[in-house]
Design a protein around this ligand. Structure first.
Ligand SMILES: C[S@@+](CC[C@H](N)C(=O)[O-])C[C@H]1O[C@@H](n2cnc3c(N)ncnc32)[C@H](O)[C@@H]1O
Length: 438
């Protein structure tokens, strides 16, 4: 299916900050057309300029608005510095700035017309670059703090195709809840078939969804999950985490699939749902009744099997896989470069002393219009997002369902890319997002 971007952050959440900012728009247009600069940098620069146009600079005690000419100049300079250094502006270091200035003074850095800069232009660029560096370095706070644009993008379609459209190293966390490939809950997830099956539940031959045991389910799931994990690996930045819910009996298949494409399996979490759930084990009496044996023998067997049931203990948790894309260097090196790979240990759940692998959260009470069968608690997703990312980063959910991950991302100030194959669920997700944002 052709991938289609449904919407960015819902319109009603947008404050129209760009309206009337003609200087900003002119700069933006120029920046968009610049092929030398990558999209991550473009976003960053856009945000910086937006902040500048919105707020006043604070220097000592005086406050002054940054004018249009200066905005355009900064766009130009930021663009040149990062394309000349061939590095994202976000990753430029003090040493890079020194090198840039040296090259500028030695006429190694030419204007866009291929000519050396005049001395006064060089001095001006040097002054501006130093100021920008001071801002970026957090030193002096001359300019507004870096603010990243967050956007909630919902895509309708098959993630097998859509994931291929995402850039390498562009996502800081994948948090998802895939189809478990148990009966009917697979890649061809069809609500009607599932509901029909549910209606027949209770007798053998019409077991409730997901209860029929078939070893081929695991094989099919692993193959499917490996294909998806390969793309997830590519789009995550080094050191980033991949967290996925799983059905306990197929957890191993999930972990092997992720490991096969290069992830390191770091841990297993338990989402512990505290409310008592249904005990689904079966007595074998109806099988005994069907056996072609005497009534006396049947009675004996039933007596022997008294209290014996199929090995389905009352489910009280779901297992989550914690996998990590290998880091670049040490945790500190990786953090300084990519801002991922370490958790925020101050984020705790339900008053626990420190973040734990067992996460007790009650099952979701759904909105009436949410007909999705497998809605995960937003509170749990928020906790995971806050533990593993910082504000402004991007969370990917290739199996968005009714949108719980996107809501959690939005409420915690993170961006989200959510993909869902079923248009009905996309509609529900949009409705939930719009409600949560009010
Ligand atoms: C377990 S549910 C996710 C539920 C979600 N966590 C929530 O809270 O609503 C898995 C979802 O994956 C979707 N799905 C299955 N195969 C898909 C595919 N190939 N691409 C995108 N979505 C898919 C299903 O339609 C289903 O909504």
């Amino acid at each position: 299916m052709q991938s289609q971007q449904i919407q960015s952050i819902p319109d009603e959440f947008k404050t129209d900050i760009y309206k009337g900012q003609t200087h900003y728009l002119r700069g933006l247009d120029k920046l968009k057309r610049d092929e030398l600069i990558n999209s991550v940098d473009k976003d960053l620069i856009i945000n910086f300029i937006r902040e500048c146009t919105l707020s006043k600079t604070v220097k000592g005690k005086s406050k002054k608005k940054i004018g249009p000419a200066r905005c355009l100049k900064y766009i130009e300079i930021l663009t040149r510095v990062s394309s000349w250094l061939d590095k994202s502006f976000d990753r430029i270091t003090g040493k890079d700035i020194e090198e840039f200035i040296e090259a500028l003074e030695g006429d190694k850095f030419l204007s866009r017309f291929g000519k050396p800069y005049a001395d006064e232009t060089k001095a001006d660029i040097k002054k501006s670059v130093k100021k920008l560096w001071k801002w970026k370095d957090g030193n002096g706070r001359v300019y507004p703090e870096l603010a990243r644009k967050i956007s909630i993008d919902l895509w309708e379609g098959n993630c097998r195709q859509i994931l291929k459209d995402l850039d390498d190293n562009s996502v800081q966390l994948t948090l998802t809840d895939p189809p478990y490939f148990l009966e009917k809950l697979d890649d061809n997830w069809d609500d009607n078939k599932i509901k029909k099956s549910k209606a027949k539940a209770g007798v053998v031959g019409g077991l409730p969804v997901g209860m029929k045991f078939d070893p081929r389910q695991g094989v099919a799931f692993q193959k499917f999950f490996e294909e998806i994990s390969k793309e997830i690996y590519r789009v995550l930045v080094p050191g980033a985490f991949f967290i996925s819910f799983s059905q306990p009996r197929l957890f191993h298949r999930m972990a092997i699939a992720a490991e096969n494409v290069g992830f390191e399996i770091r841990d297993m979490f338990a989402w512990h749902y505290t409310k008592k759930t249904q005990f689904k084990a079966f007595s074998q009496n109806h099988f005994v009744d069907k056996m072609k044996i005497s009534a006396k023998r049947k009675k004996q067997i039933k007596l022997e099997l008294m209290g014996r049931k199929t090995a389905q203990l009352r489910p009280q948790f779901e297992a989550l896989m914690l996998a990590q894309k290998p880091k670049e260097g040490t945790c500190v090196d990786n953090w300084l470069k990519w801002k991922v790979g370490l958790i925020d240990s101050t984020k705790i759940l339900n008053g626990a002393g420190s973040p734990s692998t067992v996460m007790p959260v009650e099952k979701t009470i759904k909105e009436l219009y949410n007909v999705h069968l497998s809605v995960k608690p937003v509170g749990l997703l928020r906790h995971l997002i806050e533990l593993f990312t910082v504000e402004g980063q991007v969370v990917l959910d290739p199996f968005l369902g009714s949108g719980s991950t996107a809501i959690a991302a939005m409420l915690t100030g993170r961006g989200c890319i959510g993909i869902e194959i079923n248009p009905e669920y996309i509609k529900i997700a949009k409705q939930r997002l719009s409600k949560a944002g009010k």
